[in-house]
Design a protein around this ligand. Structure first.
Ligand SMILES: [Zn+2]
Length: 333
């Protein structure tokens, strides 16, 4: 590698502590059963590699096979919620989010785990998606590209919720790096072996990548398609009762990530009328008819696709890590 090429390499700290979480939503069963399985197989699978923290995030919701007990756990990880006043009467998920923040964080601190992969399922026909809050987290983007290469038959997309002006509230935001791995279609409360298998392979490939990275492998740069969320659309509803009056149109159902053009069919009312997409640009729909989003007032999300350049990366040498740690002191001298 020439000096000029060497200059473009992003040198990132070692990923010493990695966590894989399942059951953040208690009825998304691939992650629940995968974490249980990895806990059993832990010694065999990972003894010679990095230690991995396996976490069942919402045990009470898992027990009841429901998304949550009192409130959506995956919306609780803001500084305000994590550090607010404590009370025995607090919703279960608020209490649980604080326990997880102790275990995996504290969020935003140097003690936080280096990488969190939080496992989810969707009822939408989305294949495997990374859900992230940054389009410049080179670790997550490189892991994604590694999975694309290792599992070429699995449709895979990288989704970025741009929250530049807000704080992320998901469990994976507690780690220094993190993403949700969302796989579907699978009904909630059901485990399908094909979906489970994809999740298991993806997690094992991710752990391999972390091991390669920590061992000093240099990963070449390149491009990744990133789907940046533009907005969401709710179901058409009756003004007074708020009951929905239409379902996703058959021409859109199961067609996540197929470009939706202005004028294309969006909903079919229960009386049989077609309602069209009236946006002014073609966008990519996803989370189409996700079961858990009826209560959130979301029938689908729409995203724009962008080509994002990712740099060559490698792990920092011990000397570089030391210099980084001492950075402040030496600058002052
Ligand atoms: Zn979920």
């Amino acid at each position: 590698m020439s000096q000029m090429e060497e200059d473009k390499v992003a040198c990132l700290p070692r990923l010493s502590r990695v966590a894989v979480c399942g059951g953040t939503h208690g009825n998304e069963l691939s992650g629940v059963y995968l974490v249980r399985e990895l806990l059993k197989a832990k010694k065999k699978v990972m003894e010679e590699k990095e230690p991995v923290l396996m976490v069942l995030s919402n045990p009470r919701a898992m027990q009841q096979c429901s998304r949550y007990i009192d409130t959506d756990l995956n919306r609780c990880f803001t500084q305000a919620t994590l550090n607010g006043p404590t009370s025995d009467l607090a919703p279960y998920e608020i209490i649980r989010s604080r326990q997880l923040n102790v275990m995996l964080g504290p969020k935003g601190s140097p003690e936080a785990v280096d990488l969190i992969c939080d496992l989810h399922n969707t009822t939408a026909n989305m294949g495997l998606c990374f859900i992230t809050y940054s389009d410049s987290d080179w670790i997550c983007l490189h892991i994604f590209r590694h999975l694309q290469r290792q599992m070429p038959d699995v449709p895979m997309r990288y989704i970025n919720f741009d929250i530049s002006h807000k704080e992320s509230y998901s469990l994976d935001s507690v780690g220094k790096h993190g993403f949700a791995m969302e796989i579907g279609p699978q009904p909630h409360g059901v485990v399908r072996s094909n979906i489970y298998r994809v999740m298991k392979d993806a997690v094992l490939h991710m752990l391999d990548w972390v091991h390669f990275f920590n061992s000093g492998t240099i990963f070449e740069g390149g491009f990744v398609d990133v789907f940046t969320v533009v907005r969401h659309i709710d179901y058409p509803r009756e003004r007074e009762t708020r009951n929905i009056i239409a379902a996703i149109h058959p021409q859109l159902q199961d067609r996540d990530f197929c470009l939706l053009h202005p004028g294309d069919a969006l909903f079919q009312t229960f009386s049989g009328e077609t309602l069209s997409y009236n946006g002014n640009e073609p966008l990519y729909p996803f989370f189409v008819n996700e079961c858990a989003y009826y209560e959130k007032g979301i029938a689908l999300y729409l995203a724009r696709k962008r080509h994002v350049m990712i740099p060559v990366i490698r792990v920092q040498t011990e000397k570089e890590q030391q210099i980084n740690k001492e950075g402040f002191e030496s600058e002052e001298e």
